[in-house]
Design a protein around this ligand. Structure first.
Ligand code: CUA
Length: 192
């Protein structure tokens, strides 16, 4: 045999091209994975995007009969400890109350649960975002920086009416909230 055939030459060439492409893609994939891990760390530390930190159970069959989530206890109130608590329940296919009033610039603790399927909600573009699971009380605390109205859609697929399941959140100035809440009532902005 004399010199290397053109066919062998081109096979060696494409092997080289494939190796280079594989190396290039392994670097790109490594960069993407590193970026995703860094994003998880960043959002976990800075946006308070955390899983629920406590497991609190509740009997979802008797929610409406007694206890914390009876109808006249839903809405936003100031607790004995001076903290603002917004209580709500989710059911196919609505939230109760349908319109939630919260103060701006003050920590607000949400307490919610579901009567039937797994639901969830996110408040506008804020970091208020939680899953509501039957049998468990979801709790998180957040502070709304700006006043105004935000939409609060259900973000867990919960059945045929899922896309029509949403509520509104009205963020009002803290002074106005305190004046209204001090009258002792549970606030909501559902028009009657
Ligand atoms: Cu409730 Cu989707």
């Amino acid at each position: 045999m004399n010199s290397v055939s053109p066919a062998h030459d081109s096979a060696a060439h494409s092997h080289g091209v494939a190796l280079a492409a594989e190396r290039r893609w392994s670097v790109i994939v490594a960069v993407i994975i590193t970026l995703l891990v860094l994003m998880m760390i960043f959002t976990g530390l800075h946006w308070g995007a955390m899983p629920p930190s406590r497991v609190e159970t509740i009997n979802s069959r008797t929610l409406h009969l007694s206890g914390e989530f009876v109808e006249n206890n839903l809405g936003t109130s100031i607790g004995a400890d001076g903290k603002v608590v917004a209580r709500l329940i989710a059911q196919q296919y609505s939230f109760e109350p349908q319109c939630i009033v919260v103060p701006a610039e003050m920590p607000v603790t949400f307490r919610g649960t579901s009567t039937d399927a797994v639901h969830g909600f996110v408040v506008g573009t804020t970091n208020a975002n939680v899953m509501l699971i039957p049998g468990f009380v979801a709790t998180f605390t957040t502070t709304f920086k700006k006043t105004g109205e935000q939409l609060m859609p259900c973000h867990e697929y919960c059945g045929t009416g899922h896309e029509a399941m949403w509520a509104r959140v009205q963020v009002i100035p803290p002074g106005e909230f305190m004046a209204r809440a001090n009258r002792g009532q549970r606030l909501n902005c559902v028009s009657r």
